[in-house]
Design a binder for this molecule. Sequence first.
Ligand code: NAD
Ligand code: MG
Length: 329
Amino acid sequence: MPDTDRRTFVTGAALTAGAVAVADVASAQGGGGAGAATRPAAAAYPKPPYPVQRQPWPGLASKMTPRPDHGETSYKGSGKLAGKKALITGGDSGIGRAAAIAYAREGADVAINYLPAEEPDAREVIALIRAEGRRAVAISGDLRDERFCRRLIEQAAAQLGGLDILVNNAARQQTRATLADISSQDFDDTMKTNVYAPFWLTRAALERMGAGAVIVNTSSEQAADPSKDIVDYAMTRAAVLNFTKGLAKQVASRGIRVNAVAPGPFWTPLQVSGGATPDKLRTFGSQSPIGRAGQPAEIAALYVAAADPSLSFSTGQIFGSTGGGGQPA
Ligand code: NAD
Ligand code: MG
């Protein structure tokens, strides 16, 4: 496997280091231990103005100020995904990390995909999944490559012993003031990451999925209300929304469901590594009725719901978490 760099991080040292780092941060943000059921997390979440910061793409959650809360110390599972095998793209950070933590605590074995530069974030997630006693598989590689997408599905299924849930969550968002500023390479990278990869991954996954399997896509409030400076990105979130609804109809007779989650503004590396201008970052989320950016921990339960076998009549659905803003569909 020359270009996939598959690793499993089974050492106790790696597990301890990752768990401690995350717990420290969550605690500094007002988080409690695993038993802190009454912690009013939302009340303690940071509000604008946020510190302006910039990281080289794709960015690391571990280098953000403040660090995002992905539910490391707060998410409580109840066996909703017991025994399921899930692959989550972009599972190293942000919304994908929150989904990975939640899936593991709901009883799923979880594979994550990420870029090689995101290895430090991925290590923390792998440690957190293992801490739940679940199987954790780390497969780095670039989703803009069709052959890699096919290998990712094959390897995730082989390592997990099957594939019941595919979460298409990875995405590229780079702010550009005008169309003239979007090079053809930019456009291609955004389309490859955000539209082609979910298509390639889903097509390969469906070859091996049976009744009860679920595809969970990630759209955005941008699908229906695009910002003026991320036009190419917003197009892709609309495409994913449409893909979700059409494919849901196509595979319903096979007992396979297809849902999407549509976030509003969330505090993640995507925003500090070129996704938002400094001005937008400072006031990020202030336009939403809740008046702040969401934390990844606040959306994880929707990824669980989108895949939950007990919601067996829910397919082609768009689950929103926008802080009160508009819904894409
Ligand atoms: P994030 O940076 O934490 O996650 C995005 C991930 O995409 C990265 O971690 C990276 O692993 C992956 N990725 C990007 N290009 C890749 C490539 N070529 N190959 C492999 N992996 C690649 O940011 P996030 O905000 O958690 O983003 C997750 C999803 O949420 C995206 O689909 C995004 O469109 C969506 N979303 C985010 C927001 C927000 O405000 N943060 C709002 C609406 C929708
Ligand atoms: Mg990342």
